[in-house]
Write a protein of this length. Structure first.
Length: 570
């Protein structure tokens, strides 16, 4: 555990597990699982579940957590998703050792469980169409209608189910349904489908099966087969718990896990619906699952987020029983806090303004010493070249500055980081546009290192790069993918209506020469500009590409400060 990580906080799930251990429930075992469906890439919401499931296991002596793919829907699954999920869970810092499982490992056993339900008169083959089944289920206020197939004999149901497995029937012609209660107040309990015919090859079993179990049937039994003690899932599965328990009770299995629901993560200016993320990728609103604007773990990693920062974020938001929206500023705070301690400070200029230092020798180049990270002296120093022509940011100069503008202006003196005091003596403008294109300044040679021997003070320190030595790179400046805090708030409005047209700005970037050959994935703080990461896909020695991870502005700190002021006034 790094110095930025936290001791696990108490929550209702940890309390349940602690009480179970005290009562010697499950013979003192704690076994959890993270059970993703391989139909997309993992996102920040999954990270919360990963941290919770693996965390509960590792916090308790002898506890284990399995990684299991609930791969029961081959039409939407792909080995690409399997490989990305394995990579993401490992990158987050968790290990399942030899306990990598798939629901498809249990297909034969699940089939036999279904046969067992048929023999017990608890399941039947239904020949209604999908639309007819949907219509017969009723509503929240009206009971459903029993299928005419419900009275089929056990022998007939066994025969039909065997023939379904043998591939005698077309897709959609039959399904296996549980025989429960068509008048149940829980619509899910009105004879739910357990198996359906799908003539689609499976990425692991190939063409061996043409019938596949439904998620609700496979999930609870996979938990039982693996000896799971605490089946942790998000609140939308609360209504499924009754079916989860019913299936396990009817089959009288040796292990009956306890399903416990917790609030899923909802993040402002973000969508975390896998279906919607798939849509963004498929129609090209983003460049792929690892687009740094995406809330996927691979997207966050490519943007420059660390695994520690994501784990710390998941710790901070905690585990609750009710859904709420977490401000994305807290996620940004977590990465700032982490990178502030580990990222090397460097300099680069995004919007260059040429500055000529008239009294600095034209052919002279100095090697100035710069701290790599003031937060960590052990990171040492580096040399940066200084010459008579440099770039500063356009925003750091105003010809007619307002009262509280302390940066460079005609006749004004400022400090160049690690270098000298300079004073603006002349402004050069474009004759056609009137835009400032060049500044002429003088420097004070006695202020090397950024301090004056006569004690005079300046109110601003500017970052810069030497034009003759700067490396031209590309930077990608990211903003929120959506302009609305809750893009899902209006159910009758397509969420893509709120896509931010300015979520990505690509600009040339002039950076100091120490960054030549910077490795993909390297993280830096560009002074006064923010935290950046060398892009892991498009960057190379010949063409450096930097993704801005997050700005230096700490929105979350301001939010907390405002809340504290409100509390003091009460």
């Amino acid at each position: 555990m790094t110095k930025t990580e936290f001791t696990p906080a108490s929550n209702f799930i940890r309390n349940i597990v602690a009480q179970d251990l005290k009562d010697n429930k499950n013979n003192g075992r704690v076994v959890t699982r993270f059970p993703p469906e391989p139909n997309g890439y993992l996102h920040i919401g999954h990270a919360k579940s990963i941290c919770l499931n693996f965390g509960i296991a590792t916090e308790n002596k002898g506890g284990i957590c399995n990684l299991r793919f609930d791969d029961t829907n081959p039409g939407k699954e792909d080995i690409e998703y399997v490989e990305s999920i394995i990579e993401d869970v490992r990158w987050l810092g968790f290990d399942w050792n030899d306990r990598l499982f798939y629901a498809s490992d249990y297909f034969e056993q699940l089939y036999q469980y279904a046969v067992q339900l048929i023999k017990a008169g608890k399941a039947y083959v239904c020949s209604l169409s999908a639309d007819e089944i949907r219509e017969s289920r009723g509503t929240l206020t009206t009971p459903g209608k029993e299928s005419p197939c419900r009275t089929r004999s056990v022998r007939e149901n066994q025969d039909l189910f065997e023939r379904m497995r043998a591939g005698e029937f077309e897709d959609g012609s039959h399904v296996l349904r549980a025989k429960i209660d068509m008048a149940s107040p829980n619509v899910l309990m009105r004879d739910p489908t357990l198996y359906r015919i799908r003539r689609i090859p499976h990425h692991r079993t190939g063409d061996k099966w043409c019938i596949y179990p439904m998620y609700d049937f496979a999930h609870c039994l996979s938990d039982s087969i693996e000896g799971i003690t605490h089946s942790l899932c998000t609140l939308e599965f609360e209504i499924n718990r009754q079916l989860y328990d019913w299936i396990l009770d009817q089959l009288n299995v040796d292990c009956h896990p306890q399903q416990i629901e917790f609030a899923r993560l909802n993040l402002s200016y973000t969508v975390l619906s896998k279906r919607k993320l798939v849509e963004l990728v498929d129609v090209g609103n983003v460049s792929g699952w690892d687009d740094p604007r995406m809330p996927t773990i691979s997207g966050l990693r490519r943007r420059g987020y660390t695994s520690e920062s994501i784990r710390n974020f998941c710790h901070r938001i905690g585990v609750a029983r009710r859904d709420s929206i977490v401000d994305i500023a807290l996620l940004e705070y977590s990465i700032r806090e982490d990178l502030n301690k580990r990222a090397q400070r460097v300099m680069g200029v995004l919007r260059p303004l040429k500055v000529v230092i008239d009294n600095y020798p034209e052919n002279k180049v100095e090697e100035l010493e710069a701290l790599n990270n003031p937060e960590d002296p052990s990171m040492g120093t580096r040399k940066i070249p200084f010459s008579c022509v440099i770039y500063i940011e356009q925003d750091d100069f105003l010809e007619d500055p307002p009262k509280k503008f302390f940066r460079l202006a005609p006749g004004r003196e400022v400090r160049l980081r690690y270098a000298y005091y300079i004073r603006c003596v002349r402004v050069v403008k474009d004759e056609k546009t009137g835009q400032v294109v060049e500044l002429h300044c003088t420097y004070d040679p006695d202020t090397r290192g950024g301090s004056s021997p006569d004690g005079r003070k300046v109110k601003a320190t500017l970052h810069w790069v030497s034009t003759a030595h700067a490396i031209k790179a590309e930077t990608r400046l990211y903003d929120h993918l959506f302009i609305k805090e809750n893009p899902d708030e209006e159910k009758d409005v397509n969420f893509k209506t709120y896509l931010n047209p300015n979520s990505l700005e690509i600009r040339p970037f002039f950076v100091e020469p120490s960054l030549s050959g910077a490795a993909p994935g390297s993280r830096y703080q560009f002074e006064r500009l923010g935290y950046f990461c060398v892009d892991s896909v498009d960057s190379s020695d010949q063409a450096l590409v930097f993704n801005r991870t997050v700005t230096l502005r700490d929105t979350w700190a301001r939010i907390q400060k405002a809340q504290q002021k409100k509390q003091k006034k009460r």
